[in-house]
Design a protein around this ligand. Structure first.
Ligand SMILES: Cc1ncc(COP(=O)(O)O)c(C=O)c1O
Length: 396
């Protein structure tokens, strides 16, 4: 695996020796099954009949009128489980099954990847353990209940800030002593090789469908494609359909939290520097000694001080542009989008909508923007309510 898994100078697999055989085994299985007709038939059947693919591309007419240009929404929120995460868990879960593994582990932030893994554990009858930061267990507890209902064990992680980074640390630590029968089902397009490539692959239906849907419905490609970026899986999924179309602008939106001039944000590409986190060389939020900064932002799924290595490369090569949206603008657009479209967006996806809303008056009215609505916001309703109460309190 010496030169594989590199995106420019980013990527690689900086992991303890003991994990190398496990990663090589996953890479070999992926290379074998990715072109296997039976595997593909099984996966496509699950994508259609279990997850609900293809998802619609919907013209958000009233939201478009508010922002002053045309916004089309790729409805990944309509997938089973409520987010794009199931695309990846079906792919990796099926891979684990074909490899003869009997146990799954995963990390989760917002709980969407944990839930999508728990669903697949139930579907394939595999013992499933989900590592989740204690802060996230508290703020995304609806998903914790759902994971348990699917039969998964949820392991709260209290180290660090009790968020995604800490959950990944503990999942990797656990995997080291259970590599024989356990498949680590990684949730985003980050981590050590081969995960960034595998996760990207299983998320490519988003971009492939969106491109075809644009051509069918509009007779042309969009001017820009926009998605939120945590580790980067939904963004790379939709970007992948348009990367070779040089005229389509690609915009990834990170969480600016309470502001980029504080440390309370998760804008890794905007404010980070090159380092190594969770087995990959990438942009990282760190101090001058390489100590990882604690992050904070309104959405658990973006609360991560690293980012997938392909995004680091897309940033440096200039092919994609990375911007930020802060908590307050996310709250505003969460309400605006819900009231204009009757669709409650996940707080993660609301970052992409918030950046689009910030472009009002800056983009010409004929602009066609496609936004990836990575998930639905049911899990976020009480967070939004608490934050709105705090806002009202501050204004009193
Ligand atoms: C709905 C939703 N969107 C986006 C993300 C961010 O992850 P990624 O950047 O891998 O798409 C998450 C993570 O939990 C999520 O739940």
């Amino acid at each position: 695996m010496k030169h594989k898994g590199r995106f420019g100078s980013f990527g690689g697999f900086y992991v303890p020796e003991v994990l190398i055989p496990a990663l090589e085994e996953i890479e070999a299985a992926f290379d074998t099954y990715v072109a296997d007709p039976q595997f593909l038939a099984d996966l496509n059947d699950l994508y259609s009949n279990y997850a609900g693919r293809p998802t619609p591309l919907y013209f958000a007419r009233r939201f478009s009128a508010q922002v002053g240009f045309k916004v089309y929404v790729k409805r990944e929120d309509l997938l089973h489980g409520g987010a794009h995460k199931v695309n990846n868990t079906l792919g990796q879960g099926l891979l684990a099954k074909y490899m003869g593994k009997t146990k799954l582990i995963a990390e989760t932030g917002a709980g969407q990847h944990g839930l999508a893994t728990a669903m697949i554990g139930a579907l394939f009858g595999m013992e499933t353990k989900i590592f989740m930061g204690a802060t996230d267990v508290a703020r995304q507890n609806v998903n914790v209940h759902k994971m348990k209902l699917c039969g998964a064990e949820v392991v709260p992680v209290s180290g660090g800030t009790g968020t995604l980074k800490d959950a990944i640390n503990d999942a990797l630590r656990y995997w080291i002593s259970h590599v024989q029968d356990t498949f680590y089902l990684f949730g985003t397009a980050g981590g050590p090789h081969p995960y960034p490539s595998i996760v990207r692959h299983f998320q490519t239906p988003i971009g492939r469908e969106a491109r075809r849907q644009c051509l069918d419905a509009l007779g042309r490609l969009p001017d820009l494609v926009c998605a939120c970026v945590g580790g980067g899986s939904n963004a790379i999924g939709i970007f992948s359909g348009f990367i070779d179309d040089r005229d389509v602008r690609l915009v990834g939106v990170e969480g600016a939290g309470r502001g980029l001039d504080t440390h309370e944000h998760c804008a890794t590409l905007a404010k980070g520097s090159v380092g190594v986190l969770h087995g990959a060389q990438t942009y990282v939020l760190q101090d001058e000694n390489g100590q990882i900064h604690e992050t904070e932002c309104i959405s658990a799924g973006l609360d991560y001080p690293g980012v997938g290595p392909e995004h680091a490369w897309l940033k440096d090569s200039g092919r994609a542009q990375y911007v930020t949206a802060d908590d307050e603008s996310v709250l505003d657009v969460f309400h605006l989008f819900t009231r204009t479209e009757g669709i409650i967006p996940a707080l993660e996806s609301s970052h992409a909508l918030a950046w689009l809303a910030s472009q009002k008056g800056k983009l010409p009215p004929e602009t066609i923007a496609v936004v990836n609505l990575s998930g639905r916001g049911d899990k976020d309703v009480s967070i939004v309510e608490d934050r709105m109460q705090a806002r009202r309190g501050a204004n009193d």
